[in-house]
Write a protein that binds this ligand. Sequence first.
Ligand code: GLC
Length: 447
Amino acid sequence: MSSTVLRSALFCLLLSAACQPAAAQVNIPADSIRAKMQWFADAKLGIFIHWGIYAVKGIDESWSFHNKKISHKDYMQQLDGFTASQYDPATWAALIKESGARYAVMTTKHHDGVALWPTKQSHYSVPRNTPAKRDVLTPFYKALDKAGIKRGAYFSLIDWSHPDYPGFLKDSSRYQVADDPQRWSRFQSFMMAQIDELNQAYHPALWWFDGDWEHSATEWNAAGVRSSILAQTPGAIINSRLQGYGDYETPEQNFPVTRPKYNWWELCMTTNNNWGYQPQDMAWKSPYEVITIFADVISNGGNLLLDIGPKADGTIPQQQVHILQELGQWNKKHAAAIFGTLGGLPQGHFYGPSTLSKDSTRLFLFVPGKTSGDLVIKGLKNKIRSISVVGSGHPLPHRVVGKISWSPVPGLVYFSVPPAVQDKYMTVLVVDLEGPLQLYNGHGGLQ
Ligand code: GLC
């Protein structure tokens, strides 16, 4: 830890009230890491795309054969049905843009081993083994570039179809690493070669590894994977699924109730209950649910990586289009409260999600659904310049209640949001503060 970092940590400790929002961060990272992570911290929303041969039968991506719901042979027959006949990468990029997302993460290869790009390694790929007969990854990344959206590459370390990969079905492996280190090192060379291909061809801004749980950091040569990526693309961000060699955490499907103690994290979440296209799965999250979850995520300092699963012909299910469009409209209206903000108030100060402008002089409050009656902010030491509705600028009068002249404990701030100015999903308010946020978090009384 450098002395500057140490000094600022001590300063924060001394002034813990003023430093509340950052206090949940346990490690103080080096400035260079902070700089590299800045676009990610500002981005808030990414779109995850699970597109692969599993969309042909509409079954679990890779897991369906691993868990023996279907034989490997039958699973692989889906190669013959992957046409991408309606695939229009510009439409995908436009939808992602419309959602408000700043980055998109595409499954370049799932655990089934089928590459979307024309890999030079002798293994399955969409251009080589499917009727699509073409590279479907390059045009997508180009369309993202045009739309100003960062490229993310999901890459599964696990490759259950590769003859040199130890794991195969849930109860049968090909071999153990310890019994045949040469075979394992053949797999390692193959895996590294594919990673190099992706890196050289696309320089992904973000790498989203998956499946690290099957081997140790040493077995994967996780340090080597990381350094080879960074040697070619120094600014690349790597997710946590690289046995300790990543930059940010990836809780999956589960919503944090307390603020995660990570500097950077991203909740990856499906729009129904599956990652890939599965027509029988009608458990669609509503736009309201997605928006309130998203607000909760950014309030707790994280990003949301929201998944879509296109069909084998390359069309995106209508329900997912709808969710992304509704989310996009809401994002557009409330952009100031979302993008480039910091996580908001610690629990207890406001009954709902919140975010802060980077200089902490503006506090954004998220109010779900229709609301009636007064809302309240507790423990706010700052004077309030104004409260207004984000999007319309409609001013909201407030009252400070219970401020006792001789006590350092701040009063309660009451205000209400008239029905006419409420958003159909989540109304967002901006509280303009005099100076950077200062909170009181004592037990009341004379403290
Ligand atoms: C899991 C699954 C995988 C999915 C991924 C997305 O690790 O193995 O099927 O792609 O989560 O987060």
